[in-house]
Write a protein that binds this ligand. Structure first.
Ligand SMILES: [Fe+2]
Ligand SMILES: [Fe+2]
Length: 198
């Protein structure tokens, strides 16, 4: 039986700290707004938003077990080499947890949760909505957040291009490696934006 958004919201409140629960609620609201302006189902986007960080506070060993599940590989959304090494597991683990424990079987929601932290090329509309909703929800206060929020609300592809640029720059500054999904996403949306101008 399909469960209500209230059911999932209570569950997330129990699983996460107060701050991360507030972030999840804000992300759900932002996803709903982004869905509304982009002709996508607001309820589904809201659900992806409330659920996206479901595993964020779990133990590393649990995350690893979930993230390395064969289900993701079989579905063609497995981990890239750096995701395996660098413990970028809460997003893929979240997708597997949702499917195995909460019986969420909607692949659009599962892949949006799986890619919400690293992104990828050729993202679905819900993947873009969740990635950007997470980044620009109204509780965020990093410099230029309003600019990124405005961009996300106006143009999802341009929003993704700017988001990838920001994420890669951040990796460079911190001397982190950039995972394959992220640089492939940057290349893909850069090309898409440049083709518009041609
Ligand atoms: Fe996350
Ligand atoms: Fe998040």
């Amino acid at each position: 039986m399909k469960k209500s958004i209230e059911f999932y919201t209570c569950l997330i409140e129990e699983r996460l700290s107060r701050e991360r629960f507030a972030h999840s609620v804000n992300t759900a609201e932002m996803c709903r707004e982004l869905a509304f302006v982009n002709g996508y189902e607001p309820e589904k986007a809201e659900l992806a938003g409330i659920l996206h960080d479901i595993c964020k506070e779990d133990d590393e060993s649990d995350l690893k077990e979930l993230a390395f599940s064969k289900f993701l590989e079989k579905a063609g959304i497995g981990l890239d080499p750096l995701e395996k090494e660098d413990k970028l597991w809460h997003a893929p683990a979240g997708a597997v947890y949702l499917r195995e424990t909460l019986e969420v079987n909607d692949m659009e929601i599962l892949s949006a949760v799986r890619f919400h932290s690293v992104g990828r090329a050729k993202m679905t509309k819900l993947e873009k909505i969740l990635y950007l909703g997470d980044l620009v929800e109204r509780g965020r206060d990093y410099p230029d957040v309003e600019k990124y929020r405005e961009l996300a609300l106006t143009d999802l592809d341009l929003g993704m291009y700017e988001a990838f640029k920001w994420a890669i720059n951040d990796c460079l500054k911190k001397k982190y490696r950039v995972c394959r999904n992220t640089y492939e996403g940057y290349n893909y949306y850069l090309k898409k934006i440049m083709q518009r101008k041609a």
